[in-house]
Ligand binder design. Structure first.
Ligand code: HEC
Length: 197
């Protein structure tokens, strides 16, 4: 007791003896600074998109942007993940059951209530504002912007529609990151545009 008293009287501003100073003051790691994760060189694997980063989709929300996106924009080659040990793992995007399953899940959460679980435009939302939800497998009715039917929309068209919305359909850019959007697009193209055919 005596020792503690004397010690604390010495200097009011001193934190006293610190056993593990790193726990009191975390050493800051600056953005873009050199890191010390072994085995990871910090450069994304070619053709991949970092998780949560909007990077490759450079088209604006106009009809022109939509049409160019339909012509040029396509799926990422692969997704890369860095584990806690700093190891980089790259998995292909297309022809990947897991990507497709995640797309299905996201579609169920973000789109099915309007577009219907099988994409036939028969979701549970019945408000008149959403009375004209098109069916993805409609191969006859020509869409206004792309000038082709729903069943032929390219991945870039669908991705653009998710990002910016269209009329009564709001933009979903703040709800789904880039990787998630491409997963939904993949699910629509693989399973819904040809649903029942
Ligand atoms: C609130 C209801 C609603 C939600 C939620 C919704 N949509 Fe839509 N979507 C619509 C309506 C309505 C249209 C038709 C718009 C029009 O033609 O004016 C549409 C049109 C589309 C089109 C056609 C666009 C084009 O280029 O012609 C695509 C593709 C599409 N939606 C995909 C999606 C996807 C994918 C999701 C989920 C991420 C989604 N939508 C969520 C209501 C919705």
């Amino acid at each position: 007791m005596l020792v503690t008293l004397c010690y604390s009287c010495k200097d009011n501003t001193s934190p006293g003896y610190e056993y593990m100073p790193d726990m009191y003051r975390t050493p800051p790691i600056e953005t873009y600074a050199e890191h010390t994760i072994e085995g990871y060189d910090g450069i994304p694997v070619e053709g991949t998109i970092a998780r949560g980063k909007l990077s490759s989709f450079k088209y604006d929300g106009t009809t022109e942007g939509y049409l160019i996106a339909g012509e040029e924009s396509t799926y990422p080659d692969s997704i890369y993940k860095v584990d806690l040990g700093g190891k980089v793992k790259s998995i292909p995007f297309k022809n990947n059951q897991k990507t497709l399953e995640e797309g299905e899940k996201l579609y169920g959460i973000f789109c099915a209530h309007c577009h219907g679980i099988n994409g036939e435009g028969d979701g549970s939302v019945t408000h008149p504002a959403y009375s004209a939800v098109p069916a993805y497998n409609d191969s006859e009715k020509i869409r206004p912007r792309a000038n082709i039917p729903m069943s032929e929309l390219k991945e870039g068209h669908i991705y653009h529609a998710i990002t910016y919305g269209l009329n009564a359909m709001g933009p979903h850019a703040s709800l789904l990151n880039e990787e998630e959007r491409w997963k939904v697009v993949l699910y629509i193209q693989e399973k819904l545009q040809n649903y029942g055919k």
